[in-house]
Design a protein around this ligand. Structure first.
Ligand code: NAI
Length: 466
């Protein structure tokens, strides 16, 4: 056993933990970051980054098909799967290596091992060289989340989580995706683009529950074009091996149907990874689902123990975790006023086409009793969208009727995951839809679609004959 002393120990090096550790290091605190896997957490290793690499490869197959409309003759592309996976892995390695380099530059020590809390100032770490006891003034828990299964469906050879789906050795001929949420629809679209027959089983009455149904329609239409079969209000009940593959019993409208495939991708949500941390020993309050409750400074029920990222209540999004990591760093440094005060957290989904949203949906605003005015504009009427052969989609703007304040912006279409940041700034700054129309948007760009949707709120849209 050995002992170390530090100012702060951060448990977990995902986007919440590593951002917090680097900021503390930048500002002169002595920091140890405990991580048992690779630096970067789920996001960099088996989440956001590798999935986006595969998804962009899927788009490439499609672009090649579109090239003929531009006059090119392109043979049907064939895929060397092992090269694709190696390329994806090289991106992951570059990014995780980058965090190691940033840790070194900022004086953050990476302690590779598995941590558990012993008391409010002590963390025990099982490392390859034995137990290390770390004494710290402050503790930050950034232990993330893991895939949550459903009863009767254990992850294994036949049933993949998103992690296995990101590193296939061969492409399944047929795949059943259980859960038509973010992971199910992102990964399902990729597999369909590279030739797998995909069937999505979704429990709710629409795929991507919570997303504005007008946006969902566009994603669903494109998925259908790719050959994806979608069953909503459908519940996966059980599965059994069948020949080399398997079959799944699914209840749809009170009747049980059997679906067969080579693999299942189980994407029914994630759960916080907190049970191994011994949090009850030191009195940190965790709810019945394992989420740690935090205040506006991300402080838990125990002073000097903070929690950030997927382990805390709220959306499981990397950028939310990183923002919390920065709040905690400021709080630890005693920078008065450091608090989580984001009005909105934008969300992005890399389906085909992409979805991005920030703020209230129309339905949420109406439910709150707000009188709303809506503006819409289609990418089909935007020159830039036509020039990149990506004119499916729309931007929908929700404003408060009484004073034109932007309440929500919902986008489906090309590059909307980048475009949404303008809308997030607008809502954070309390801008009106008129403010957006009075801001000159460069031509020809996709961003004009947001401007025209804002013009549409006032029925003053130039490029619409509505
Ligand atoms: P999710 O919560 O987005 O979707 C899970 C879906 O499974 C839901 O639609 C639910 O109705 C359905 N479901 C549950 N049980 C079912 C059953 N028995 N039969 C059929 N359907 C069932 O969770 P997902 O997709 O696993 O993603 C996990 C987390 O990771 C989410 O919080 C998501 O926001 C986050 N994430 C974010 C990404 C991004 O920001 N682009 C990318 C990937 C994940």
């Amino acid at each position: 056993m050995s002992e170390k002393n530090t100012d702060v120990v951060v448990i977990g090096a995902g986007p919440a933990g590593y951002v917090c550790a680097i900021r503390l290091g930048q500002l002169g605190r002595k920091v140890i970051c405990v991580e048992e896997g690779n630096l970067g957490g789920t996001c960099l290793n088996v989440g956001c980054i590798p999935s986006k690499a595969l998804i962009s490869a899927g788009h490439f197959m499609e672009h090649a098909e579109h090239a003929s409309a531009m006059g090119f003759t392109v043979d049907t592309p064939t895929l060397d799967l092992s090269k694709l996976i190696a390329w994806k892995d090289s991106i992951v390695t570059r990014l995780t290596g980058g965090i190691g380099m940033l840790f070194e530059k900022r004086g953050v020590e990476w302690l590779k091992g598995s941590a558990r809390v012993k008391d409010a100032n002590t963390v025990e770490v099982e490392t390859a060289d034995g137990l290390v006891v770390v004494k710290a003034r402050d503790i930050v828990i950034a232990s993330g989340s893991i895939p949550a299964g459903i009863p009767g469906f254990e992850f294994g050879e036949h049933i993949w989580s998103s992690a296995e789906a990101l590193s296939p050795e061969t492409l399944p001929k047929e795949m059943i995706v259980i859960g038509g949420g973010v992971i199910g629809m992102e990964m399902g679209s990729f597999y369909a683009q590279v030739g797998t027959k995909v069937t999505v089983i979704e429990y709710a009455d629409q795929i991507l529950p919570g997303v504005d149904p007008e946006l969902v329609k566009v994603v669903q239409r494109k998925a259908k074009k790719l050959g994806v079969k979608i069953h909503v209000s459908a519940s996966a009940k059980s599965w059994k091996p069948l020949g080399d593959g398997l079959s799944v019993a699914v209840e749809i409208s009170g009747k049980t149907r059997e679906f067969s495939a080579d693999k299942i991708l189980l994407a029914t949500g994630r759960r916080p990874r907190t049970e191994h941390l011994n949090l009850d020993i030191c009195g940190v309050k965790v709810d019945s689902r394992g989420f740690i409750g935090v205040d506006s400074q991300c402080q838990t029920s125990i002073p000097h123990i903070y929690a950030v990222g997927d382990a805390t209540t709220g959306p499981m999004l990397a950028h939310k975790g990183s923002a919390q990591g920065l709040v905690v760093a400021s709080a630890i440094l005693g920078q008065g006023g450091a608090a989580w005060d984001a009005q909105v957290v934008p969300a992005v989904i890399f389906t085909d086409p992409e979805v991005a949203m920030v703020g209230m949906t129309e339905a949420e605003a109406i439910e709150k009793g707000i009188d709303v005015k809506i503006g819409r504009f289609n990418f089909a009427a935007n020159g830039r969208a036509m020039s990149i052969q990506a004119s499916d989609g729309l931007v929908k703007v929700v404003t408060r009727a009484s004073d034109d304040t932007l309440l929500g912006v919902h986008m489906v279409g090309p590059n909307v995951t980048d475009m949404i940041s303008e809308a997030a700034i607008a809502i954070e700054a309390g801008l009106t839809s008129e403010d957006i129309t009075l801001t000159i948007h460069p031509h020809p760009t996709l961003s004009e679609v947001f401007m025209e949707a804002c013009e549409d709120v006032h029925n003053l849209c130039i490029h619409s004959a509505k």
